[in-house]
Ligand binder design. Sequence first.
Ligand code: DAH
Length: 346
Amino acid sequence: MALKEHIQELLKQVPGLQAANAEELEALRIKYLSKKGEITALFNEFRDVPNDQKRELGQLLNQLRQETEGRINCLREQFEEKKAETDRLDLTRTPDPIELGTRHPLSLVREEIEDIFSRIGFTIAQGPEVEDDKHVYGMLNFAPEHPARDMQDTFFIEKEIGVQKPTDVLLRSHTSSVQTRVMTSQKPPIRVLCPGRVYRNEAISARAHCFFHQVEGLYIDKNVSFADLREALLYFSKEMFGADTKIRLRPSYFPFTEPSAEMDISCNICGGTGCSFCKGTGWVEILGCGMVDPNVLEACGIDSKEYSGYAFGMGVERITNLKYRVKDLRLFSENDVRFLKQFESC
Ligand code: DAH
């Protein structure tokens, strides 16, 4: 083939040159541009071309070399880009972005309560949610006909499905049941915090739910006094709601404590001056407490002449409402991410 046709033929092939990998690309370079390559061979032939054709063929030949080099460089760049892309690729990542979850506000508050009491020596104790009458009521000095046992309040568990018979298996209605479990299985000194879920047969509304959460506290030792209880609760209130918080103990009644009290804190929303949250009183109730009734100690096998103790119980939802101003209890159990996301940074 004459030199000119040979060059033109190759020029036509250049744009279609392909290489599937780096080795094939190198093979192309060797085929055309190396010392023994086709284009180098054409340059050798060019030396013998008559002078009057040199200008035209020289230009064509240079064009061929440039275009071949250009094509090979272009293919090389494509490989390099692809390689950089695969280097950047993290094959361990999941294909869809997974949103980071948030801590549930009730867990945040429960953990804060646990943290505050753990600093003064309380450890965590747990008990079953499906309980019996004895641990929830009997050993806690509830009289046999006490209204708390009423079907209106307590969820009883039927032993045979569909057959409604009186039964003593129930869902615990308060975490005070964990007190009886701890006192019957451990010897004083006892200093425990019992967080957990409780159940009551209530119509669900913004202010009541059929399940909620409590934290119970129990301290049994020699010479434990009401002053110890007051100091522990004051310490807790200041840690939880701020150093300016005041507490107030009002006489009350619980079957398992004597004397018993309800505790208010100075309203942390208005600072005690009176607002709609505290109904203008400046105080909000947060827990029940008292000295463990000697009958309870004896029922659990603890000598009430040697030991005394205090107990308290609070609702986690109530504390959370005070901290985060959640107005509707139902929000806690609906799993609405728009609600939960607000606690992302807590
Ligand atoms: N168990 C009570 C309730 O569910 C709360 C309570 C009151 C717990 C006084 C106590 C206590 O330990 O001393 O309403």
